[in-house]
Design a protein around this ligand. Structure first.
Ligand SMILES: Nc1ncnc2c1ncn2[C@@H]1O[C@H](COP(=O)(O)OP(=O)(O)OP(=O)(O)O)[C@@H](O)[C@H]1O
Ligand SMILES: [Mg+2]
Length: 244
């Protein structure tokens, strides 16, 4: 009896912790939304001004090249800020989510993170995938956590990331995220979903990513599995029901 009460208390504490974390993320989302919003106006000035200069005839070639560079970097920043805005928007909770669209969104959003680590990103998306009745923001958070971990694992040596979607049976969809990183040793793999478990330096990882990811997947009625071989490489498979 006492044990049951203690166990219940333990669960409550876990839930509270998770709610506090979600709250913090939501707060961060709101702050970054306004910062990003502020960035949009100067960025569009840079983009249109550089386009005007690019159309000029008598500009030396090296200036043309620099202006083209400024223009493409500003375009890239502007894409990133638009991505951030829709990621942090909590009004956009939809009842139906398109898994392929969400995968594309997250991978586009992380293009810069992948290219700066020399990671080649590949997608194999099943275009006959049905829509799933799920909160698309939660789906984004799940994919973001798993993909970010994979990119961080390939920090030093680069590698490849493959994201595949497929139907699983009549009533489920599946997303598989494989990386060619160093893999997860057996003594570590048992603990990766534990709260606060991290092998990263303090300040880099909180160890909450996979804990929250698994909670979210369970909340959506799905399952998450991981496998990693001795020769390296890690695969996460998330299965979600089409309807709850
Ligand atoms: N793709 C992967 N390759 C190698 N190790 C991984 C991979 N994904 C997760 N891990 C291991 O699992 C641990 C826990 O991951 P988790 O996302 O929960 O926390 P974190 O990434 O360390 O911190 P946070 O997500 O809070 O920034 C990581 O520290 C890492 O050791
Ligand atoms: Mg993580």
């Amino acid at each position: 009896m006492t044990r049951n009460i203690l166990q219940e208390r333990h669960i409550d504490a876990d839930l509270l912790q998770q709610l506090a974390y979600n709250e913090k993320m939501a707060e961060l989302g709101k702050i970054s939304a306004s910062v990003v919003h502020e960035l949009n106006a100067p960025l569009s000035v840079i983009i249109s001004a550089s386009q005007m200069i690019m159309r000029e005839q008598d500009v030396p070639e090296f200036v043309q090249e620099m202006i083209a560079r400024i223009n493409s970097e500003a375009q890239r920043l502007s894409q990133l800020t638009r991505g951030l805005l829709s990621y942090s928007s909590y009004d956009q909770v939809t009842a139906e989510a398109d898994l392929n669209l969400t995968v594309n969104f997250i991978l586009d959003f992380l293009t810069f993170e992948a290219s700066r680590r020399a990671v080649v990103v590949m997608r194999q998306l099943d275009h006959r995938l049905p829509l799933i009745q799920t909160d698309s923001n939660q789906l984004k958070q799940i994919l973001l956590n798993i993909v970010m971990n994979a990119l961080q694992a390939m920090e030093t040596a680069g590698g490849t990331l493959l994201v595949e979607t497929a139907t699983a049976g009549d009533d489920q969809v599946r997303v598989t995220i494989s990386d060619s990183g160093p893999g997860i040793p057996p003594e570590v793999i048992e603990r990766i979903f534990d709260r606060y478990f991290t092998t990263k330096k303090s300040g880099v990882g909180t160890g909450l990513g996979l804990f929250v990811t698994r909670e979210l997947v369970i909340q959506l009625g799905g399952a998450i599995r991981v496998s990693s071989g001795a020769e390296g490489g890690t695969t996460f498979i998330v299965t979600l029901p089409i309807a709850p």
